[in-house]
Write a protein that binds this ligand. Structure first.
Ligand code: FES
Length: 90
């Protein structure tokens, strides 16, 4: 894969940026997420997470199946349930 290939489409993070994060010491998906924003997009890493894990496994000699998923964060601000529910017919 070329370094310019987009790995995280939501945040437009390339393979090269992820490899650079690994070179800078990232050993987990969360470490890559913090350095590059990969996995912070709309899909929350559902699309790019496996690709990132595979790159991480290849470059750090970790077993792919043993790489933990990225940490998930709740919404930044609390909101009322009524704001999340859409009304029908009104
Ligand atoms: S593709 Fe990476 S967060 Fe959606």
């Amino acid at each position: 894969m070329d370094d310019e290939v987009i790995i995280c489409r939501c945040e437009e993070v390339t393979k090269g940026e992820i490899l650079k994060a690994i070179e800078q010491g990232a050993k987990t998906i969360t470490g890559i997420k913090i350095r590059t924003r990969a996995g912070m997009g709309l899909c929350q890493g559902r699309t790019c997470g496996r690709l990132i894990a595979r790159l991480l496994a290849e470059r750090t000699a970790q077993v792919l199946e043993e790489i933990p998923p990225a940490t998930v964060r709740p919404p930044v601000r609390a909101t009322k349930m009524e704001n999340l529910v859409t009304s029908h017919g009104e």
